[in-house]
Ligand binder design. Structure first.
Ligand code: C5P
Length: 337
């Protein structure tokens, strides 16, 4: 029985402290070794039972049947880059809702019992994570929708079961559930929490005017590597040593991203952004994931403010933000009955 009518979840952006990309696989993906790090730049995702959401028209009479048809779910998006996010069934959060509903039905069918109610939902996303910015914003929203629906529907799925559903939705979704700092393998969905000193790192993010498509960046990397044998990706010992020591200076020097070269080829203006951050004294400067957001590591909070001011003054990006890491994964922040 549903006792909660709406749930709000806060979910962090991710950066990759290392992103080592192996050869193209037959399924179109690449084997990765990556070190994910969640940072304090958050989207908020609210999920409400479709006919109980106040102020939204078109209540669905099928909403309280066990499996409202997927078409009955809906999504609205507000905030940073909202206009660029699909507000239909392609939306990653809605895909996550459908995947979770299917997983519950599958689990209950195997157990030979009547399935728990998983009514249609209205999803409202408030964005701060840039869209197509290399920070897994869409994956974060999907992870938040999984946690919110899990709570709303009372699915009783374990974290491991939720992670399996997450991996079906996208390569970065499972990490957004977990948060912290973790090593990702496979497509990035096989996660092991990293052994790290309890340190906090201060980052400055430079958001670009423009976006990069993740598949295009991967394809460009493949083209750049044409004719070369690509070795299997390996975890950076320097990076893991820096994280174990909690040493920002060593961490700054150990940051690496195989997608940086193709991202720079597709978006040459990012070279200036990275150079401006280095000149301003960043301990490390890197394209985030598939870009075009650029990351800069600061010595401490004060240095981060200083870097942010210098980067905005240099006119090398659309806007800057500061964030600290590691941050927790998708977390329920309110639930209303
Ligand atoms: O899994 P996700 O939908 O987030 O991936 C987006 C795209 O990024 C994939 O379609 C693929 O082109 C590329 N990708 C990849 N190898 C990975 C992860 C993503 O080639 N390990």
């Amino acid at each position: 029985m549903i006792v909660t009518q709406s749930v709000t979840v806060r979910v962090p952006a991710k950066i990759n402290l290392q992103l080592a990309v192996g050869p193209l696989r037959p399924d179109g993906y690449h084997d990765l070794v990556t070190v994910f790090h969640a940072i304090s730049l958050f989207d908020e995702v609210s999920v409400a039972v479709a006919d109980a959401a106040p102020g939204l028209e078109g209540g669905d009479s099928r909403a309280d049947t066990p499996f409202g048809p997927p078409g009955a779910d809906s999504v609205t998006v507000a905030g940073e880059g909202a206009g660029e996010v699909p507000a239909d069934g392609d939306n990653l959060a809605l895909r996550a809702v459908r995947a979770l509903r299917d997983a519950i039905a599958g689990r209950d069918a195997i157990a030979g019992r009547e399935s728990a109610a998983a009514p249609a939902v209205r999803v409202a996303i408030a964005k701060k994570i840039p869209v197509a910015g290399g920070m897994a914003g869409g994956s974060a929203d999907a992870a938040a929708a999984l946690v919110a629906c899990g709570e709303l529907w009372g699915t009783g799925l374990s974290h491991a079961e939720l992670s399996e559903v997450a991996a079906q939705v996208g390569s970065d979704v499972a990490f957004a559930l977990l948060g912290g700092t973790a090593v990702g393998r496979g497509r990035g969905e096989q996660l092991t929490p990293a052994l790290v000193a309890p340190a906090s790192y201060h980052w400055v993010l430079a958001f670009a005017s423009g976006q990069l498509s993740t598949p295009l960046v991967y394809n460009t990397l493949d083209a750049q590597r044409e004719g070369r044998t690509v070795p299997a990706p390996e975890l950076s010992h320097e990076l893991m040593g820096a994280l174990r020591a909690g040493d920002p200076l060593r961490l700054g020097q150990a940051l690496s991203n195989d997608l940086q070269a193709p991202a720079l080829a597709l978006f040459p203006a990012l070279r200036k952004t990275l150079a401006a951050g280095r000149e301003a004294g960043a301990l490390g400067a890197l394209v985030s994931g598939s870009g075009p957001t650029c990351l800069f590591l600061a010595r401490d909070a004060e240095h981060a403010t200083d870097l942010a001011v210098q980067l905005s003054g240099a006119g090398v990006c659309r806007t800057v933000a500061r964030a600290a890491g590691p941050a927790s994964g998708a977390t329920v922040i309110s639930a209303e009955g």
